[in-house]
Design a protein around this ligand. Structure first.
Ligand code: NAP
Length: 252
């Protein structure tokens, strides 16, 4: 049961996993900032939350832009209250085999996932340490364990695991926990785009993936939102520095 209403920031929340996480955190009673590249694209999720009686605002920012991130976090603090829950979810793919991967493919992926999570966390931790309470959840991936065609993404997602464990060590004494969720195959536009890139229909791609997953199905954004809800809850204060694989079977 919710005991305290917090202000939460979810990046990349205009769609996919981020949108489901934002709606879930609002359902948990938190005020939620829907952060994504395009503020207009965030509005439908804000409206969904408001229709259900919750509180949300749309904030447009590129998480890899240092100045933009600082202003975005200040806007959230001014309009919603000091943020003490942060979900670093914004992400992009630029898949290619190593010999064909461009430097730009590498830089963009590392920049959004790693630099973006760093900038957002550095900006928000000030509010968390002042409040002596905070919950940080970083979106890693089973690709952190290695995935053909994803040298950039695997490096970023493995990097996020090291980042998470270090946050847990540095911020624990302020009542702040940091954990990573490493999803397996989740049905979103990101996986739909991968299916299109390799010339498969999304249904075929999902069936092929499900055949390899112990629980016999692919995941949904709500599967991840449920895990985020737990890790950001009041009662999860003794869980920190962990990587939770939400993949329908054992990984890691
Ligand atoms: P998605 O549907 O592609 O959504 C990602 C969101 O992030 C988009 O709204 C995108 O905006 C936004 N975004 C991209 N770059 C940004 C930036 N620089 N600043 C702010 N927002 C930015 O992806 P998803 O499948 O929901 O994935 C969410 C997270 O889970 C990602 O970190 C992903 O790597 C991770 N993940 C996903 C899966 C999966 O199977 N889907 C598995 C493991 C991990 P635009 O639409 O404007 O580009």
């Amino acid at each position: 049961m919710l005991t305290t209403t917090r202000t939460a920031i979810v990046t990349g929340a205009a769609r996919g996993i981020g949108a489901a996480v934002a709606v879930r955190l609002a359902g948990d009673g938190h005020a939620v900032a829907i952060v994504d590249l395009d503020e207009t694209a965030c509005k439908p999720i804000v409206e969904t939350i408001e229709r259900a009686g919750g509180t949300a605002i749309a904030v447009g920012v590129d998480v890899s832009d240092e100045t933009g991130v600082q202003s975005a976090v200040e806007k959230v603090a001014d309009e919603l209250g000091q943020p003490t829950i942060l979900v670093n979810n914004a992400g992009v793919l630029r898949d290619n085999l190593l010999y064909k991967m461009t430097t730009d493919d590498w830089d963009v992926v590392l920049s959004v996932h790693l630099r973006g999570s760093f900038l957002m966390t550095r900006a928000v931790q000030a509010y968390m340490t002042t409040a002596r309470w905070g919950r940080i959840v970083n979106l890693s991936s089973t690709s952190a364990l290695g995935n053909r065609g994803q040298a950039n993404y695997a490096a970023a997602k493995a990097g996020l695991q090291g980042f998470t464990k270090t946050l847990a060590l540095e911020l624990g004494k302020f009542g702040v926990t940091a954990n990573a969720i490493a999803p397996g195959f989740i049905e979103t536009e990101m996986t739909a785009a991968t299916a299109a890139r390799i010339g498969m229909s999304f249904d075929e791609f999902k069936s092929a993936a499900a055949a390899e997953i112990p629980v016999g199905r692919t995941g949904t954004p709500d599967d991840i939102a449920h895990a985020v809800s737990f890790l950001t809850s009041e009662g999860a204060g003794f869980v920190s520095g962990q990587v939770l694989y939400v993949a329908g079977g054992p990984r890691g």
